[in-house]
Design a protein around this ligand. Structure first.
Ligand SMILES: C[C@@H](O)CC(=O)SCCNC(=O)CCNC(=O)[C@H](O)C(C)(C)COP(=O)(O)OP(=O)(O)OC[C@H]1O[C@@H](n2cnc3c(N)ncnc32)[C@H](O)[C@@H]1OP(=O)(O)O
Length: 147
């Protein structure tokens, strides 16, 4: 039995269909530089103004996986929260995120298998109301009964 979950963790026993959680994050040049360093993805479309100017985006854009990381943050911090284990994630990048943009990232519960502790979540990121990422996550949720 493990009942010392941090505030914000929602155990499988309490997860309901349709529950949603979200965050907002302002994406900065520093975020993009740090992500390039950590991931070792130094694609110039993210880092080089001159290079990026001549692409279809006409300027630098954030790594898609940086934006996807905000979905991971909502899942790992809020729904279900601490103790959650990622099982899978689909992603479609529908529009660019540029330095200076504020990303709204939201997840919504669309499936629950209580016996297996599996939870399925629709994932969405928007910038100024425009969809930039959609996908589906499957996670193993924490339980009050097991640590
Ligand atoms: C590896 C890293 O270093 C690189 C990165 O991380 S890049 C950053 C992450 N990616 C992005 O920011 C790209 C965001 N997406 C876009 O800007 C656009 O989707 C696009 C430029 C890739 C395509 O846009 P466009 O050419 O306008 O395409 P259409 O809207 O005209 O759609 C044509 C058909 O393609 C389908 N489609 C479009 N985007 C996607 C997608 N991301 N995934 C899957 N399918 C996509 C769209 O539905 C249309 O299909 P249809 O059957 O013809 O209707």
């Amino acid at each position: 039995m493990f009942d010392n979950f941090p505030r914000g963790t929602i155990c499988i026993e309490d997860i309901e269909m349709g529950m949603t959680r979200h965050l907002r994050k302002h994406v900065t040049d520093r975020d993009i530089e740090l992500f390039a360093e950590v991931s070792t993805d130094r694609n110039p479309v993210h880092l080089d103004d001159d290079y990026a100017h001549d692409t279809i985006f006409e300027g630098r854009i954030a790594h898609g996986m940086l934006t996807a990381g905000l979905i991971s943050a909502v899942i790992g911090e809020q729904l279900p929260g601490h103790g959650t284990i990622y099982m899978g994630q689909t992603l479609k990048f529908l529009g660019p995120v540029r330095p200076g943009d504020t990303v709204y990232a939201e997840v919504k519960v669309t499936g629950i298998d209580h016996a297996k502790r599996h939870v399925t979540l629709d994932c969405l990121c928007t910038v100024d109301g425009k969809k930039v990422l959609v996908g589906e996550a499957k996670v193993l949720a924490p339980s009050r009964k097991f640590d």
